[in-house]
Design a protein around this ligand. Structure first.
Ligand code: BES
Ligand code: MN
Ligand code: ZN
Length: 477
């Protein structure tokens, strides 16, 4: 618990944080007359205006207690969004510990969700493998609201859900592999309130997921199919949103082996799976009145004498044959079978897949914008709106039939790689071939799931990107 709503103020906090809009800096009412004078002078001398990210720290004695006050600017009123509140708080408090109180006299800044979520970004660290790390006390944010009820704060649940996804991605591939990913999903499911069913390799074979098994073949760590179910809308049992997450616990590229530098971050190739687990956690904890099924075809793309090869022709659960032209285009193979499974066996009415799928999307959009493809305008616009609410940037990409040409094979129904040009759309087109005409959306997070350097309120490493947008999408329906 890093966040608390309190009805009464304690005498002593390690910091007293006040949020301000730009050029609306007034001294708050609870400050004594003589300190008002002092604070006014400090603000004037330091020219604190409340600009985005601007801070001013000062200390004084009030009624016998030392108050360490920190004024935090969030910028102009129209720029003061959920996202900018998180950014400003993160910038002001990252590295701090102990109990702080946050308040504001501006209605717009009294955003409990943003303040609660910020606490989870500020406290996030992945240092469990550092044997000499000094224990740092966490930062606990209290928010003063005399009329507060006891309801769950959505921002807190989202903060936790994002950090669940980040931990899963940051864990190395010798710790998180298909079996342990499945076990983690089961543990998280029982804590957050969704059911988890795990299929072993022989069962995956019985279902006929040949494309998944081809990718999984060479790895020592054997595959699992993870199915997560949450039914919150019993009145509409046929209305089910399917979430499919790419679950490559490691991607060596297979026989089309990646160079070391490209392989280094490939423990993050289960980022889509982590996003699905995070979004399902938030949706079930918030008891959304929606039906959601999540599917992860978890495996490792490795090398070995029994590895699938460039030139092979493989089958798939849908019955389509696929010529392998690059074993590093493995994600779409596992997703194709997972999409077929979720449509045919779980009977979902729409499907969203989330995947660290292509280097091409990173070339096109960079590392802060997620690429989205969809055969359905209302699905896309719902996700777009959710992205705006939560401050996650996404952009719609095309699915012209031209890209279908790129994945035509001479000897099979499809080939798995369409080559370098337009590689993100041709990969999307490949998955669309398995969507069986139902509303479908594909989210390529290859650029946004894992940061090679800190950015805004995210430290280096996994971001849990799209957990919030997908949660918001599920909630809005
Ligand atoms: N997992 C990678 C995509 C990726 C690249 C994710 C960079 C995160 C950062 C995927 O399996 C892959 O290797 N894609 C290839 C496909 C190509 C061989 C058609 C790519 O995009 O280069
Ligand atoms: Mn690959
Ligand atoms: Zn991959």
């Amino acid at each position: 618990m890093y966040f608390k709503i309190v009805r009464e103020l304690k005498k002593k906090y390690s910091k007293n944080v006040i949020l301000y809009l730009e050029d609306k800096v007034e001294i708050c009412s609870f400050i004594s007359e003589e300190n008002k004078l002092l604070l006014g002078k400090v603000i004037e001398e330091k020219k604190f205006r409340g600009k985005m990210g601007e801070t001013l720290e000062t200390s004084f004695i009030q009624y016998g207690n030392l108050i360490n006050m920190i004024l935090v600017g969030v910028g102009k009123e129209k720029e003061a969004t959920r996202d900018s509140i998180i950014k400003a708080l993160y910038k002001a408090l990252v590295g701090s510990s102990g109990e702080v109180i946050v308040s504001s006299e501006e209605e717009k800044l009294k955003n409990i969700d943003a303040i609660a979520e910020a606490t989870y970004h500020i406290n996030y660290k992945f240092d469990r493998y550092k044997t000499k790390e000094i224990e740092r006390e966490p930062l606990i944010i209290e928010y003063f609201d005399p009329e507060a009820g006891g309801s769950i704060v959505e921002g807190e649940i989202l903060g936790k859900a994002i950090n669940i996804a980040r931990d899963l991605v940051n864990e190395p591939a010798n710790v998180i592999y298909p079996k342990t990913l499945a076990m983690e999903a089961a543990t998280i499911g029982s804590e957050y309130g969704f059911d988890v069913e795990i299929f072993e390799e022989y069962e995956i074979g019985e279902i006929g997921m040949e494309a998944l098994l081809a990718v999984a073949r060479a790895a020592e760590k054997r595959p699992r199919l993870i199915v997560m179910r949450y039914f919150g809308d019993k009145k509409n049992p046929d209305k089910i949103t399917g979430l499919v997450g790419k679950g490559l616990t490691y991607d060596t590229g297979g026989l089309s082996l990646k160079p070391t530098d490209s392989m280094l971050e490939m423990k993050s190739d289960m980022g889509g799976a982590a996003t699905v687990i995070g979004a399902m956690s938030a949706a079930s904890k918030m008891k959304l009145e929606k039906n959601i099924v999540g599917v992860i075809a978890a495996c490792e793309n490795s090398i070995g004498g029994n590895a699938y090869r460039p030139g092979d022709v493989i089958g798939s659960m849908a019955g389509k044959t696929i010529e392998i032209t690059n074993t590093d285009a493995e994600g779409r193979l596992t997703l194709a079978d997972a999409v077929t499974y979720i449509i045919r066996k779980e009977k979902v009415s729409e499907v969203i897949d989330i995947a660290t799928l292509t280097g091409g999307i990173v070339v096109a959009l960079g590392t802060t914008v997620t690429g989205v493809f969809s055969n359905n305008d209302s699905m896309y616009s719902k996700l777009e709106k959710s992205g705006e609410v939560y401050g996650e940037k996404l952009w719609r990409m095309p699915l012209f039939d031209d890209y279908k040409e790129l994945i035509k094979s001479d000897i099979a129904d499809l080939k798995n790689s369409g080559g370098r040009w337009g590689s993100a759309p041709s990969a999307a087109k490949f998955i669309e071939e398995f969507s069986e005409g139902i509303p479908w959306m594909h989210i390529d997070i290859a650029g946004t799931a894992f940061l090679s350097g800190a950015k805004d309120y995210f430290s280096k490493g996994a971001t849990g990107n799209m957990v919030r947008s997908i949660y918001g999408y599920l909630k809005a329906k």
